[in-house]
Write a protein that binds this ligand. Structure first.
Ligand code: GDP
Ligand code: GDP
Length: 444
């Protein structure tokens, strides 16, 4: 059975950053694009929204939208803040959707963003929002003066013009793959993420220093200046958003928000994330949040316990307890105990990266999968509920990167049983280093 075999090669979704000053309608527009009412719309600027990236599909092409809507307000000038925020968002995006309010016209804050956009080499699509009717069209046309090309007149609120806007956006997106379209694959994309000061830049430096010079001159491949090609253990990887790690962006306030925005962007663009944790300090909520983001995004995961040279016997014993208590959820992920300073075990990263990416891309044939499911159903049938017995009829792997299985069932299968199936899947097929998704289609 090769039903799904053609929908091959895990595809990297391009990222669109939505930028603009407060209240121009960024969130409303994001809602319009993703077709849901999930992003919270605020009349009051200054509120940080915690979820920042969303999956979107237009004309059968998939991409990720990052809403840069919220920030912490402080004493610094608004224009400077917005410019800074835009700069960060732009760095981790493939294209920018710049939103202005046509009913208000351009303000200093808008100009500040334009400045940043001009300096970046990212493609920009200009949305002149709040054009709810014909009368406001004139105002939208005046946005030509921003020098960013054609302003697309839209009403995020009513949907007016959003189709043309999305067409324009897809036209400038570098690699938005068609659903099911095979994509030529470049180097695997790896993101080094983690909270501040855990040793991300030290690790990157260590890895980069050990590499041979890598020249990327294959026709048609362009290297984003924020990414770097680094050879690890004989294999070339594209390390995502290294400019952000190297540049050591300092934001006095709103730091957490900017950092999380950047982290989200990097995770979305990566196939594998190395989450760096400071092994010499207790695990924190922030470490766990970043690990969860990687799992939720469905990326391969490798945990690097760094600063191992600073740990003593006692700390290591305590870390083991922390892992049992807080990291069981990520028990499927590989981990290495390293020191970016001394170089200890940094050579173990390469094999671990390869293993996790292999798992991430694994495809189980439908025949093999169903033989396995048949054995499970026979040896561990679902418990009878209310006189009925839910049953897995058959299954198929719908996707790789990460492995995603769809089980067709009679009746509603309980979550506990699904977790059991997932556990057995891992025992049977490995999947070290990758999340595994199991979905159910129930037939009554
Ligand atoms: P953000 O701060 O840029 O994310 O802006 P929001 O999406 O939170 O929108 C700010 C305000 O503008 C809200 O009250 C929205 O309802 C309103 N708004 C957004 N888009 C439109 C539009 O196309 N037309 C009109 N009339 N109002 C809009
Ligand atoms: P980043 O903010 O995550 O990029 O962290 P840095 O790479 O800037 O490291 C923060 C601090 O930790 C610096 O002073 C590093 O020298 C130090 N550091 C990083 N890795 C190690 C390590 O493995 N051992 C020790 N002892 N110090 C480290």
């Amino acid at each position: 059975m090769t039903e799904y075999a053609e929908a091959d090669e895990a595809q990297i979704l391009p990222v669109v950053a939505v930028v603009g000053r407060p209240n121009v309608g960024k969130s409303t527009l994001v809602n319009r694009i993703i077709g849901r009412r999930e992003a919270v719309v605020q009349d009051v600027p200054g509120v940080t929204r915690d979820r920042v990236s969303y999956d979107a599909v237009w004309n059968g092409r998939q991409f990720v939208v990052v809403d840069t809507g919220g920030w912490a307000s402080d004493a610094k000038g608004l224009a400077a803040q917005i410019a800074e925020q835009a700069e960060l968002a732009i760095a981790s995006a493939d294209a920018v959707l710049f939103v202005v309010d046509a009913t208000v016209g351009t303000l200093d804050e808008d100009e500040a963003v334009v400045e940043v956009l001009r300096r970046s080499r990212k493609p920009v699509v200009l949305a002149a929002n709040k054009v709810d009717d014909q009368r406001t069209e004139m105002e939208a046309a005046s946005m030509w003066n921003l020098g960013l090309g054609e302003p697309y007149a839209v009403s995020a609120l009513h949907g007016r013009g959003s189709g043309d806007l999305l067409d324009a956006l897809l036209a400038v997106l570098p690699q938005a793959p068609r659903e099911g379209e095979p994509v030529e694959r470049g180097p695997r994309r790896v993101a080094i993420v983690g909270k501040p000061n855990v040793g991300k830049s030290s690790l990157l430096n260590k890895l980069a220093r050990q590499q041979r010079v890598v020249v990327d001159n294959a026709a048609g491949t362009t290297v984003d200046p924020v990414d770097e090609l680094v050879e690890v253990d004989g294999e070339v990887y594209r390390f995502i958003d290294t400019a952000g790690i190297r540049r050591r962006v300092k934001e006095a306030s709103g730091h957490e928000y900017y950092a999380s925005l950047r982290t989200h962007g990097a995770i979305e663009r990566a196939e594998l994330c190395i989450v760096v944790v400071d092994a010499s300090e207790p695990l924190t909520e922030q470490d766990l949040r970043i690990l969860s983001s990687v799992e939720e995004a469905g990326r391969a995961l490798l945990i690097a316990f760094n600063k191992w040279d600073l740990t003593d016997e006692e700390r290591r014993r305590y870390l083991e307890r922390e892992m049992e208590r807080d990291l069981v959820q990520f028990g499927w992920a590989g981990h290495v105990n390293i020191s970016a300073t001394t170089g200890r075990h940094v050579d173990r990263l390469g094999p671990a990266i390869r293993e996790a990416l292999d798992s991430w891309e694994t495809r189980i044939s439908t025949g093999k999968l169903n033989a396995f499911l048949g054995r499970i159903v026979a040896s561990h049938p679902h418990p009878v509920r209310g006189g009925k017995q839910p049953r897995i009829l058959f299954g198929t792997q719908a996707q790789a990167g990460p492995p995603t299985f769809v089980l067709f069932t009679s009746g509603q299968v309980e979550d506990g049983y699904l977790r059991f199936v997932e556990r057995r899947l891992r025992e049977e097929f490995g999947f070290k280093g990758t999340p595994v998704h199991v979905q159910v289609r129930a037939r009554e």
